[in-house]
Write a protein that binds this ligand. Sequence first.
Ligand SMILES: [Zn+2]
Length: 216
Amino acid sequence: MTILLFRLDPYIREVDATVTRAEDSFVVLDRTCFFPQGGGQAGDTGEISGSKIVNTLSDGEEVRHITEGTAPFTSGQLVHGAIDWQRRYRMMRLHSASHIVYYVMQEVFGERCKPASSGMMDDVKDRSDYLFDEPLDRGKLAMVEDRVNHLIASGMPITHSLEPGSEERLLWAVTPFPPMACGGTHVRNTAEIGRVSLKRGSKPGKGRERIELTLA
Ligand SMILES: [Zn+2]
């Protein structure tokens, strides 16, 4: 089992660790700060002791750091890993913003406007699909963008903590919204996000609309 350092401190960029398993195309460590692809968030990239890491995936309780070529590691080896922090930090900002968008979408479009999937996010944009029973009103989408940017600029602290009574589930929270269960990586304060833009993406299917979120 790999210790997941990003769960309670997503700002950890580097790690000293021991190789617990080495295969041709990936390496597993006893602890990691690399976020594995999941919940719509792309896996981290970076470098482990001179080898380029092109993706991070999870398989059960194991986190696999995918190497560019053959992984030159042996079990028991001490290694140093560093994530591509610029890329990850952009994802932390986008991911945090996407939660605020989620709440404001329901304020502006009504409670029936629920997420239709877990979304897809990399360091360039977040794409989230919402249930819509009428055509998307672009004026209202502009209202969502304004309100989201206003909330972000107010510099609210973002907290994440274990759900009471649970050893596993993490709760994400920012005032004035109720907490949400999420194991992804977030920034500590909305002010770190900066301005964002929202636009309507290509229609993902009947009764749905795709909203694309980018850092402005
Ligand atoms: Zn989240």
